[in-house]
Each structure stands twice: as structure tokens, then as C-alpha cells.
Design a protein around this ligand. Structure first.
Ligand code: NAD
Length: 452
């Protein structure tokens, strides 16, 4: 099929490349000429394991193209996927300005080029406009209106929320747990979307075809559930700290109940990234706009925000007050919001570093892949180190913000000797408190006793 991906970010670039990898003819369109120039030069603007090599292979095979030429990209496509960002606006609503701007462009292109596109000879079919961005229920209808305002020619709509995880995006998309498609004509548009996804579900996993409002809601329900799990275990961890329980033991005892399970229930600094924070807030907004209270999801958000504050308070407490942070040096391990990605949007590391800098401390940080993206937010206010151990040199404490695998078994003796003071604030519970005590560290983590 001839496919155009609108938006060449984490979702559009990965999914477009994966569609090309199965033989489709894919054009990735973006309004950012810098991104497109990089891609044309063979440089991926994002870090995602396996992506560079897959892009290169499909570009070489002539199936994957990059452009800023909207009219040409829309004119040739049988299926157009909207993958633009839907960030929170000032009130926590999903901001649809990118989605609606692209919809207007699509309407113009359909009007100029004709709404139908050649599939098999003799069978002319209307273009399908697929909303893959995460959007509030009712957005597909708004996209339809925005396109119809520009053209009377035929087109079809589909909702196809994306469930990939940054850091494992290619595997998630190539072997999805499920594909969700919302349509209003099950056989026509639903059938064509099934044809597109059928090679991805040879693992036997399902394609669920449903109505559009339900498909739109699935993505929010899934992300709200995942965010709830994280805030839940963080609240339990806070109670563990207050009452001297060990959250590791509590976790083991609790998650062996098959009804609960052990996935995605790790205490730490809370969730970040470009999805859970904004999608939880968007659910709360959908509730307030429809007079449907969502106190649970508001609390999920509040607990998550508090988690970073509480962790910073532990640092402040150790140094005997915020004013004592002035002039202190901190090493930081991990800038990305989670391992496997260079995405630092809403990352706990960025919040904590901002607080340390505001208090007059200095920071040296290391992340395996996120220096460039972090520099966009933090500039040269911190020092970026190529090696984790370099951040610890003469530091008054080390702060662990991301659970990259390479941080899990550091040489403890060398680390203790490199730090000016053997103090570790571990926001990801990477080590056992007893081991750290034995190794001579002051060690503060989440939901477990601090050792001094
Ligand atoms: P992103 O910010 O990485 O990329 C969006 C891209 O869209 C940018 O490159 C931007 O320049 C481009 N763009 C904006 N307006 C455009 C226009 N009119 N025409 C062409 N390009 C345009 O965003 P992302 O992380 O890929 O997320 C995209 C959507 O997918 C969001 O709704 C997000 O919630 C959802 N989503 C994200 C993930 C994830 O892990 N990042 C997972 C599932 C769903």
C-alpha cells in the first residue's frame, strides 16, 4: 500500500519504517525541515534500538521516503496516518492544534488531487485518514469536519491508537499484543485496515475492529491504568517508609496473587515521558468537560507529582536544609525518562536537576543516549560526562534517576573512592540496602529503610 505518515517523531518514524519493512511504499512527512534533512542524510533524529539500521535498509530498497512537501505526500497516499503530537495545553486538555492543522492540509490536498486514489486498476478507493495520535474521544469527528470543510470529495476515517513503548518500539509494533482499529464502516475501511495489519499479527494476536469513540477511549484507558499502577505502588512505598516496611518484600508478597500480577508495579521517581502525564490529565479534562468526576485519575497525577517533591525532600533532609545545597556537587546517572530512549520530556531527572540548580548546587550527569535531548532543556547549566564514573568525581552525592542496565552493577569500591562523600540517592531502587551498607555508603532509596 502507499502510506503517508504525518509527523516523523517517535510514533510516525517507527511505525512508518515498520510498514516499509513489510514492503509498503511509505512517505514520512514532517513540518520540521531539520528532522527531514537529517533523515535524508541517513541520521535518525531519535534514538530507538534497531531503528537506524531498519531505516537505512528500507531507504536503500526505495520503499521509505522523507519529505516536507505536504501536497505531494498527501496526493499519492492511499492511507494517511496522523502521528503528530497532542501535548497538554495550559489547562491539561489535549492540544489538538497540530492534528487540526494537518487535517486542513489533507483537505486541501484531497481537493486539489482528487479524493480517490488508485488501488488495483479499475477499483478506485477513497483515501483513509487514520488518527494514530492519542486524542480525546470526539477528535476523529473534528478531523472529519476539518477535512470536509476543505473538500466535498470522498475520504474515510479510522482511529488506530498506538501502543508501542519507547525503547522497545520496533518489537512492540512488529509484534503487537493487539491492534485496535475504530471505523464506521466495518467491511470497507475495517477490511482495508485489517489487510494492512494482518502481517503484524501472524503471532496470533488479535485485531479488534470497533466503533471510533471506543477505539479513541482504549488508548486513554490503557495509559490511565498503567499510570495508576505506578502511583499506587509509590503510595504504598511511602507507607512502607513511614512504618518501617520494605517495599521489596511487600511487592513480592502482593504480586504473587495472580489477580494482581507483577508487571509495571515498581516504586521509584514516578512516571514521566510524553504520554502518561498528558494522557492522565487529558482523561481528567474529558471528565470535567462532561461533568463526569474522575477523582481517582486526578489523584494518580497528584501522587506522581508529589513523588519527585518527596524524593527531593530526602536530599534536602540529608544535607540539613535546602540552603545547604548551595555549592554542593551532584553526580546524576540517567537523564531520559526511562531506559532505552533519549526522550527527556517530563523526565524526573530534569525536575530534580532543576531543583538542585535552583538551590545553588552543581550537576555533572551521564546518560547513555540522552545528552543531546537533555541539552535542549538544560543547556550548558550542567556538565555532560561520557562515563558514569566521571560524574561521581568529587561529588557530594550521586543521584540515580533512570534504571539503565549499565547502572545496575557498578564497581562499588571505586565508586565510593571517587565520590567526595559516599552518598547515593537511588530513585530507581537498583541496589540492596544491606549491600550498600556493607560497602560503606549512605544509601537512600524508595520505600526501603535508608542506610547510613
Ligand atoms: P513527537 O513530538 O516525537 O513527533 C511529532 C512530530 O509531528 C514532530 O516531528 C512535528 O514536527 C510533527 N508535526 C507537527 N505538525 C505537523 C504537521 N502539520 N505536518 C507534519 N508533521 C507535523 O510525538 P510522538 O512522541 O511521536 O507522539 C505522537 C502522538 O502519538 C502523540 O499523540 C502521542 O501521545 C502518541 N503516542 C506516543 C507514544 C510514544 O511513546 N512517544 C506512544 C503511543 C502514542
Amino acid at each position: 500500500m502507499r502510506i503517508t505518515m504525518v509527523g516523523t517523531g517517535y510514533v510516525g518514524l517507527v511505525t512508518g519504517t515498520c510498514f516499509a519493512n513489510l514492503g509498503n511504499e511509505v512517505t514520512c512527512l514532517d513540518v520540521d525541515p531539520v528532522k527531514i534533512d537529517k533523515l535524508k542524510a541517513g541520521i535518525s533524529p531519535i534514538y530507538e534500538p534497531g531503528l537506524d539500521e531498519m531505516i537505512a535498509r528500507n531507504v536503500k530498497a526505495g520503499r521509505l521516503h522523507f519529505t516536507v512537501d505536504k501536497a505531494a505526500a498527501y496526493a499519492s497516499a492511499e492511507i494517511i496516518f496522523l502521528c503528530v503530537g497532542t501535548p497538554s495545553d495550559a489547562r491539561g486538555h489535549a492540544d489538538l492544534k497540530y492534528v487540526l492543522a494537518a487535517s486542513g492540509d489533507i483537505g486541501d490536498a484531497i481537493e486539489a488531487a482528487g479524493g480517490e486514489t488508485g488501488g488495483d486498476p479499475g477499483e478506485r478507493r477513497a483515501k483513509i485518514i487514520v488518527v494514530k495520535s492519542t486524542v480525546p474521544v470526539g477528535t476523529n469527528a473534528k478531523v472529519r469536519e476539518a477535512i470536509a470543510a476543505k473538500t466535498g470529495k470522498p475520504f474515510r476515517m479510522a482511529s488506530n491508537p498506538e501502543f508501542l513503548k519507547e525503547g522497545a518500539a520496533i518489537t512492540d509494533f512488529m509484534k503487537p499484543d493487539r491492534v485496535v482499529v475504530g471505523v464506521d464502516d466495518e467491511h470497507g475501511t475495517g477490511g482495508r485496515m485489517r489487510d494492512l495489519y494482518e502481517p503484524f499479527v501472524r503471532n496470533g494476536h488479535p485485531i479488534y475492529v470497533m466503533d471510533i469513540p471506543s477505539a479513541e477511549m482504549v488508548k486513554y484507558a490503557a495509559n490511565a491504568m498503567l499510570a495508576t499502577k505506578i502511583s499506587f505502588i509509590n503510595e504504598i512505598a511511602a507507607l512502607c517508609e513511614a512504618y518501617g516496611s520494605n517495599v521489596d518484600e511487600v511487592w513480592r508478597g502482593m504480586t504473587s496473587d495472580a489477580r494482581i500480577g507483577n508487571k509495571f508495579l515498581y516504586p521509584g521517581l514516578g512516571y514521566g515521558g510524553s504520554c502518561f502525564p498528558k494522557d492522565t490529565l487529558a482523561c481528567v479534562s474529558m471528565g470535567s468537560e462532561s461533568a463526569t468526576p474522575t477523582p481517582l485519575l486526578q489523584a494518580v497525577h497528584d501522587v506522581n507529582q508529589r513523588q519527585r517533591e518527596d524524593f527531593f525532600a530526602k536530599i534536602v533532609k540529608h544535607f540539613g536544609g535546602e540552603s545547604n545545597l548551595r555549592g554542593k556537587a551532584f553526580g546524576v546517572w540517567g537523564l531520559a525518562f526511562k531506559p532505552g530512549t533519549d526522550d527527556v520530556r517530563e523526565a524526573p531527572a530534569v525536575t530534580l536537576i532543576e531543583k538542585l540548580l535552583a538551590a545553588g548546587a552543581t550537576v555533572k550527569a551521564h546518560d547513555p543516549v540522552a545528552h543531546e535531548t537533555a541539552r535542549e532543556l538544560l543547556g550548558d547549566r550542567i556538565t555532560y560526562c561520557d562515563r558514569p564514573m566521571d560524574t561521581a568525581r568529587d561529588a557530594d552525592a550521586l543521584l540515580i534517576c533512570t534504571d539503565w542496565p549499565e547502572f545496575k552493577q557498578p564497581p562499588l569500591e571505586r565508586l565510593r573512592e571517587t565520590l567526595a562523600a559516599p552518598v547515593i540517592f537511588d530513585g530507581r531502587n537498583l541496589y540492596k540496602p544491606a549491600v550498600m551498607e556493607e560497602a560503606g555508603f549512605t544509601y537512600v532509596s524508595v520505600g526501603r529503610r535508608a542506610v547510613n
